[in-house]
Design a protein around this ligand. Structure first.
Ligand code: UDP
Ligand code: MG
Length: 298
């Protein structure tokens, strides 16, 4: 077969302080790419402002293997942005997103390619089990997917990460979203196309430490919820209306009372309560609205 007839598959790998994992990852990828000789491969690393030798290592690999390409971000932006940067430079007919720490086994890629050939555009790997993660992380992740789903109309794929194959047309669709507070997992659902789920057992990290902590997870959850639902806005409207209506009635009552009985200084306390309460509610919802208005709405 002529080299040019082969389809190009890009493997996108966001990497932040992964110098321990990358050599092992590279070996597993080479094995896979050599076996899958029906395709040409491009490995696109996105160095997300690593502070260790990740960049040097990627450059070293690039020098000996022309299938390796990389982007080097100016600082650590987080995985969501690192992936977004990668999307812009993908050249493949399909792309596969995979973590650098080998929690997503590359050996699943042939199965993804098989379904892609059958005509699926988004072949995503759903975790059957996840090893090496704390029960609390599993529980919060389980809960989060379900809460998000209960608040939005689009289907959220449960227990699924970014590990997936996307056809070129999905890549083009996702590239149109340029928001900086991203929740890419919601975008995969948002764009539609033919989806296929495959199951896998998530391995522990091969080396290094997870970059996720509860602060980051919490902030990603908020981005997920505010990007894919308008229901907090809906509550804000209803609650705001009820409270202002009650406030209005109360105001009338106070005016009447003052007119009939004269000035009553003891009302100071109740006035303060109302003012503070309303102020509080407003602040809470202003925050939500600010976040929501930065993203698209359902
Ligand atoms: N990652 C990144 N930027 C970050 C944090 C993580 O590019 O700021 C990459 C990381 O190198 C890995 C992937 O995102 O390839 C998943 O990160 P990690 O394994 O720390 O998350 P977990 O698997 O524990 O959810
Ligand atoms: Mg990991």
């Amino acid at each position: 077969m002529d080299m040019n007839e082969k389809k190009l598959v890009t493997i996108l790998i966001p990497a932040y302080n992964e110098h321990e994992a990358i050599p092992i990852l590279y070996d597993r990828l080479v094995k896979l790419m050599d076996e899958q000789n029906k395709y040409n491969f491009e490995v696109l690393f996105v160095n997300d402002g690593s502070k260790d030798n990740t960049l040097e290592l990627i450059k070293f690999l690039r020098a000996k293997d022309s299938r390796i390409n990389y982007l080097n971000l100016s600082r650590n932006y987080g995985k969501e942005i690192a992936m977004a940067a990668g999307f812009d430079y993908v050249r493949g007919d399909a792309m596969i997103i995979i973590d650098a720490d080998l929690q997503d086994p590359p050996e699943l890629i042939p199965e993804m390619l098989k379904y892609w050939e059958e005509g699926y555009d988004d072949v995503y790997a759903r975790r059957r089990t996840r090893k090496g993660e704390s029960p609390l992380k599993k529980l919060t992740s389980w809960g989060f997917y379900r809460i998000l789903q209960s608040m939005t109309k689009i289907e959220i794929q449960k227990d699924t990460g970014d590990f997936r194959l996307l056809d070129r047309r999905c890549v083009e669709a996702i590239k149109k979203f340029k928001e900086s507070q991203r929740y890419t997992k919601g975008l995969y659902s948002w764009i539609g196309y033919n989806k296929k789920e495959i199951l896998y057992d998530r391995d522990p990290r091969v080396a290094g430490k997870t970059k996720w902590n509860y602060k980051r997870l919490f902030s990603l959850s908020i981005d997920g919820i505010t990007s894919f639902t308008t229901s907090p806005l809906h509550w804000a409207t209803i609650l705001g209306t009820l409270i202002s209506f009650a406030g209005f009635i109360y105001m009338l009552a106070i005016i009447l009372k003052t007119l009939i009985y004269g000035v009553d200084v003891s009302g100071y306390a109740s006035m303060m309560v109302v003012i503070l309460f309303l102020g509080g509610i407003q602040l809470v919802f202003l925050g939500l609205i600010r976040r929501i208005s930065r993203t698209r709405l359902l």
